[in-house]
Design a protein around this ligand. Structure first.
Ligand SMILES: NC(=O)c1ccc[n+]([C@@H]2O[C@H](COP(=O)([O-])OP(=O)(O)OC[C@H]3O[C@@H](n4cnc5c(N)ncnc54)[C@H](O)[C@@H]3O)[C@@H](O)[C@H]2O)c1
Length: 379
């Protein structure tokens, strides 16, 4: 029997909780196959004003300063975690232990051990447990995956990917908890690098090894040693392809520059978020001197776009990615399924790459990346 009503509680009422709230407000009208009734029950935050402001702005029915009033509430089905990384594991594991489904912001945790505990708890609880790597659900990117799966481009040969921003190039910018390693787990490598690592493995398969360098680029007023501003990784993929990944929050001129240049045996795909409604596709004969990329404006040919706009180039935006993302979790819940992608196991696999990259940068040596399934099996 399909579930018609889902009751949500959000923990953390800061920046990203607004995008989540908007997605819950829009999702039932956008997709016919998610529960018809999405009830916004409770917003929690250690800062009472933030919780009540979020509740007032988006119509959450009550607010609280204690996350346990969300994870243990009888009238909540889904716990949505929007707090700093260090708190994800404890809150997610408590929610799963109390029978809740969990939607958790990325990176899944501040340590790979926390990520492992979360993935193990999700498997035991048999509840939907999704990590919000929502760039991968963006229609241009999910379409790239479809093109690869169709096989017409042939095997992936090389992946160059990046997630670059510049807001922290300003030494006066307060990075808050992101600059405190104990709360974040890593600097730009974990915060922004986790997105491009997720996309790399979504498109090319698992990363099996990494050589990384990290750099601190900005002299801050409250320097926090070990928090990288720039990470560069050379990676190997399972299928034999290679690649280079970059992550930074302090490279001037890059605003929300998440992109990739994916070259396959018989073609290629290019994407850059700063032109997020376009995707470049190369097919055809390599011996043709006029052979080159065509630019596709995302529209009816790409997944999900038809739910948002009627014709190509009307334009989708950042928050739409969150509506697509939560629709996947809510659809799975409606159908009584116990998993939705990106899963906690995906989150663990990304955490293992981040951990290997940090060890590589420290040791100036290549590091193999363990497989999430083996880690969960106790290996
Ligand atoms: N998917 C994305 O693209 C994306 C974008 C931004 C942030 N994020 C992730 O979302 C999470 C939150 O980031 P943010 O930018 O919203 O941070 P933020 O600092 O704006 O908000 C975090 C909120 O959590 C509250 N908080 C801290 N500890 C708490 C606790 N123990 N219990 C309850 N509330 C607590 C803080 O008071 C704050 O209001 C992080 O994991 C971050 O990496 C993801």
């Amino acid at each position: 029997m399909s579930v018609d009503r889902v009751r949500i509680g959000v923990v953390g009422s800061g920046n990203i909780a607004g995008a989540h709230s908007a997605a819950y407000r829009l999702v039932a009208g956008t997709y016919a196959d998610v529960p018809r009734h999405i009830d916004l029950i409770a917003a929690a935050d250690v800062d009472a004003d933030r919780a009540s402001d979020l509740a007032r702005s988006w119509g959450w029915q009550r607010s609280s300063t204690d996350w346990r009033e969300v994870t243990r509430a009888d009238d909540i089905d889904v716990v949505d975690i929007c707090v700093p990384n260090v708190f994800h594991a404890e809150i997610a594991c408590d929610a799963l232990a109390h029978g809740k489904h969990v939607i958790c912001e990325k990176p899944i945790a501040n340590t790979w051990e926390g990520a492992r505990d979360m993935a193990a708890a999700a498997a035991k609880a048999r509840r939907v447990a999704q990590v919000c790597f929502y760039y991968r659900v963006w229609p241009a990117i999910s379409w790239a995956r479809q093109l690869i799966d169709l096989g017409e481009l042939g095997a992936v040969r090389n992946f160059r990917g990046w997630m670059l921003q510049d807001y922290a190039a300003n030494p006066n910018h307060d990075l808050g908890w992101r600059a405190r390693l104990a709360e974040s787990g890593a600097g730009a490598l974990g915060d922004l690098g986790s997105h491009i690592i997720d996309i790399a493995r979504y498109l090319c398969g698992d990363i099996t090894g990494v050589y990384a360098t990290t750099r601190e680029l900005v002299e801050r007023h409250n320097p926090t040693p070990g928090v990288d501003d720039l990470a560069t990784m050379v990676v190997d993929f399972d299928g034999g392809a290679g690649g280079v990944l970059e992550a930074s929050w302090a490279l001037r001129g890059h605003k929300c520059d998440l992109g990739f240049d994916l070259v396959c045996e018989r073609g290629a795909i290019r994407f850059a978020w700063e032109r997020s409604n376009e995707v470049g596709v190369l097919t055809g004969d390599v011996s043709d001197p006029d052979n080159g990329y065509k630019t596709v404006l995302i529209g009816g040919g790409q997944p999900d776009v038809g739910q948002f706009v009627a014709v190509p180039a009307q334009g989708m935006g950042y928050r739409d990615a969150f509506t697509i993302g939560v629709s996947k979790a809510l659809r799975a819940i409606a159908r009584g399924e116990t998993s939705a992608e990106p899963s906690f196991e995906d989150g663990l696999q990304v955490a293992l790459v981040v951990d290997a990259a940090m060890r590589s940068a420290q040791a100036t040596a290549w590091q193999p990346v363990r497989k999430a399934a083996e880690v969960l099996a106790g290996g």
